[in-house]
Structure formats: C-alpha cells, structure tokens
Design a protein around this ligand. Structure first.
Ligand SMILES: Cc1ncc(COP(=O)(O)O)c(C=O)c1O
Length: 479
C-alpha cells in the first residue's frame, strides 16, 4: 500500500498522501457508503505513519463532507448526497482513477463552478469592461481578409504574420529583440506551462515554484510526478541566499515564477533581483519560466522589464498571456524562448494540438494591434485600479492585512487569528459569496489564514454587498 501513495508524492505533506489513500479507497468501492472506515490506529499502523497524521486527514475529509464521525464509533463514509458541493462521486471516481494526484488540487475550478451572486474567486475581467461590439466588427473583417482562414491549419509555432508583428511589439514595448522563430503562439498561458513541463521535466526531477502561486501550475507539475520545492515570495521578492542554496543543493530543472503582479499576491520582483536570478540560472543551469500574465495590467508606473530582457544565455522562457485583457475567449498567449529551448517545445506542441487555431490567431492579430484596442487598455487599467481602491476601502474597517498591489486583478489578504480561510469559504458559499482560500495556492497545502479576493470580475454595483457579506461571515465565524 505504501508504494501506491509514496510514488510521486514529492514534497507533498504526509497527511495529503493519507488523505489520497482514503479517497482512493472510497472511490474504488473498498469502503462503501455508511461503512465504517479503519480506526485511526489501524490505518496509522497499516501505512506506517503517525496517528496524528491519519487524524488530520480524517478531520479534513470530515470538513469536506466525505466522511462523518460518530461519537465513540469512529469515522464512516458519508452518503454520496453529502459529498463536496457540486461533485458527483461516480464522476469523481473516474477522474481519480484517471490521474489520482490531480483531483485534490483541481478544487480551484470546483470553486469557480459553484454559482454565486458575489463572485470574487475568478481572476478574470468583467466582460462589461471589454469592448465586445468592437471585437465582433473585427471578426467580420478577418473573414473578408482571409476567406480561407478556416480551410487550413496554422503552423505549429503559430501564424508567421502574427509572430512577425509580435516581434515588433516586444521591441517597441520592452526593447527585447526576437526573431519570429523564437515565438510560439499557445492556446492560453495554461497550455504554455503544460508544454514546458512536458518538454523539460521528467518524473523524479525537482522543480522550484513560488509559495504561494497560481494553483493550476502546481497541478501541471504534480501531474509530472516531480518533487516540488517551494520558494517563498514576499513584497521584497525572494530570499536570494536561500534560492542560491536551493539551486545548488536541489539541482532543480526549472523555477516556475510569476514575477510581476504575482498571482495570487500581487507582489513584483524588483529589478536587482531579476538580474541576479538570471545569473543564478546560468550558474546552476536552471531554466527560469517567467509567466507574465499581468504584465500589462499595471496602475501608474510600468513594471520592470521581464527577466527575458536580461537573459543573454537563453535560460529564461517568457510566457505572455493576452487572454485576460484582450479577449479571454480567444485563449491567445505567446511563449518566447531562444532556439535551443524552442526546439524542445515544438514537438510537444505538435503532439498537443498541431498549432493553435488560425482563426483565433487572425482575430487577435487584427484586434490587438489596432489603436482602438491599445487605447481601450489604457482605460481598462484605470477602471481596474478604481475597483481595487473600492475593495480596499470596503475592507479597511476589518483591520485585515494586505499589500496594495501596483497591478493585477487580486488582493492577497491575511485574516486575523483564529479565522480559517477554508471554514470561512464554506460559510461564505452559503451567503452566495466565493473567494479562493490560500491553501489552494500553496504548494505545501497550508496558508489557511490567507484569501485571494479578485476585484476585477464582480459587477461593481455588487462589490459593496459582496464584501459586506464576507465580513459578516467572518464575524459569525469567530463568534
Ligand atoms: C499566473 C497565471 N498564469 C497563467 C494563467 C492562465 O492564463 P491563460 O488564460 O492565458 O491560460 C493565469 C490565469 O489566471 C495566471 O494567473
């Protein structure tokens, strides 16, 4: 039994692994509905862990409604109707059998799926802030200009015209010199992360990842069965001495980072650190995967140049998504990598989808480089900043702590003791309010006193009520 949960567990906590074992037993039918589960002592002996570890796993399953505890009788499998909100247990069993490591972390999309009136979990921009009518005119123009756009494939790396225009964009905006062959259009940044993980890491490798981080990136790397070593990110960036030590001792194959208006914290890694990180990457032959989803969503001053700008040896892979603020439905991102790296990514992209659909690339090309869209983006920044300020003003009376971000879509808020983000979320969902609890963003599965609140998606006229309900739920939680 031990081998089944140890394999690929990397730095995941023991209680997480025990939790997986119990879930697997329930989903495979080993323990049916209403059936008594092994006692804490039995299970601890069977899989050779401390009793407290098993107890912690049972308590978590109880919080999630998967098991129930009966006084003096132990733990029992809960009836299916009592399972986690919105998840059918049979469906869950298939998912679990398909990829057992994935089910736990994918709770982020589970949270997004729960219909609520006050949506502060999604880091998306409210559709009313995007120029939709303008986009539909452009779509028509694309079909007039490229009547065969649906009759052919794109090349694997993406449409050459679009890549050519993007090289000019990178030069003008960031002073980065690129050849179109060093760019790949991907179906969102999410795909770019996945392609990189499949091109550059193999089972058993070690990778570094920020703590906290963009949760689906953790999912991607967990799927590859790697050992995940967290690197704390603070408002000042990273502890570079520690990072140096980690790179030297752990020999990671890559460091996945989100250095500008980081998701979820909003922190930005300062320029001197960016330069030093590139030097460290060279010294230890560690790839830096720089995911810049929020780079253009700044308020006031522009953010520092990406690390790709400082990289002369080709250790940095730069991912830039346009999904969030141009047209999320187009799912267009660009991955920039020097030729040696690109060579390894192209076959993976070919296996994945043979190239991002040409139609969406052409729509993006027509739309993105238009002066109308660029002017719109300037107004969008102001609108987002005002929303951020409004949410901050609404939260101010609580005394909760956060660092006001210079861009991005989220506030990363620390709750006072003894509030638990997970417990607060359950209470908030009953009040039709959603946010992301910190644990989901934590590769170590802790950070239960933090929450990510997105100010960009909730309709502005609902923000006051939504934040009010959140605060009221927090008061009830501590009473
Ligand atoms: C840090 C980060 N990377 C990647 C993504 C995924 O972006 P895309 O919509 O382009 O796939 C997101 C979306 O929230 C993100 O926050």
């Amino acid at each position: 039994m031990q081998s089944s949960w140890e394999a690929g567990s990397g730095k995941r906590t023991l209680h997480q692994s025990v939790y997986d074992v119990i879930i697997q037993g329930i989903q495979s039918g080993k323990w049916g509905e209403h059936e008594r589960l092994p006692s804490v002592r039995q299970l601890a002996e069977e899989i050779q862990v401390h009793r407290l570890t098993v107890l912690k796993a049972y308590q978590r399953l109880q919080d999630e409604g998967v098991v129930v505890s009966k006084y003096k009788s132990g733990y029992f499998v809960a009836p299916a109707s009592q399972g986690p909100a919105g998840i059918n247990r049979k469906e869950q069993a298939w998912t679990y059998r398909a990829k057992s490591q994935y089910i736990h972390r994918s709770r982020l999309s589970d949270i997004h799926r729960i219909p609520v009136e006050y949506q502060m979990s999604e880091a998306l921009i409210n559709p009313n802030l995007l120029p939709n009518a303008f986009l539909s005119n452009h779509v028509k123009q694309v079909f007039d200009k490229y009547p065969r756009v649906l009759s052919t494939y794109s090349s694997v790396k993406g449409d050459p015209e679009l890549r050519e225009e993007l090289t000019q964009y990178f030069m003008q905006k960031q002073g980065i010199s690129l050849h179109p062959e060093e760019l790949m259009i991907t179906t969102g940044s999410q795909q770019a992360i996945d392609l990189i993980s499949r091109a550059f890491v193999k089972s058993g490798d070690t990778i570094l990842i920020e703590r906290p981080t963009y949760s689906p990136a953790i999912d991607v790397f967990v799927q590859q069965n790697v050992k995940i070593v967290p690197v704390e990110i603070t408002p000042m960036g990273y502890d570079l001495d520690r990072l140096d030590q980690l790179m030297r001792d752990e020999k990671p194959s890559l460091f996945y980072m989100n250095p500008t208006f980081q998701n979820p914290t909003g922190y930005t890694v300062p320029v001197p650190q960016r330069k030093q990180l590139v030097e460290m990457a060279e010294r230890y032959a560690c790839i830096l995967v720089e995911d810049e989803v929020y780079h253009d969503m700044y308020f006031g001053a522009m953010p520092p140049a990406p690390m790709f700008y400082y990289d002369t040896e080709g250790y940095v892979i730069h991912i830039r998504s346009f999904s969030k603020y141009v047209a999320p439905g187009l799912r267009i991102s660009v991955l920039a990598a020097r030729p040696e790296m690109m060579q390894a990514i192209v076959p993976v992209k070919a296996l994945s989808d043979n190239g991002t659909p040409l139609l969406t690339q052409k729509i993006f090309q027509q739309y993105f480089f238009s002066s109308r869209l660029q002017n719109h983006v300037a107004k969008l920044r102001t609108a987002l900043e005002l929303r951020k300020e409004k949410m901050e003003a609404l939260l101010a009376p609580t005394g909760w702590k956060w660092n006001s971000p210079g861009g991005g879509l989220n506030l990363w808020v620390q709750l006072p003791e003894p509030l638990s983000a997970d417990a607060l979320l359950q209470r908030c969902l009953q009040a039709s309010v959603a946010f992301v609890p910190g644990r989901i963003c934590d590769p170590l599965d802790a950070m239960d006193s933090w929450i990510r609140l997105s100010y960009s998606f909730i309709p502005e006229d609902r923000m006051e009520e939504g934040v009010g309900r959140l605060i009221a739920a927090a008061h009830r939680e501590v009473m």
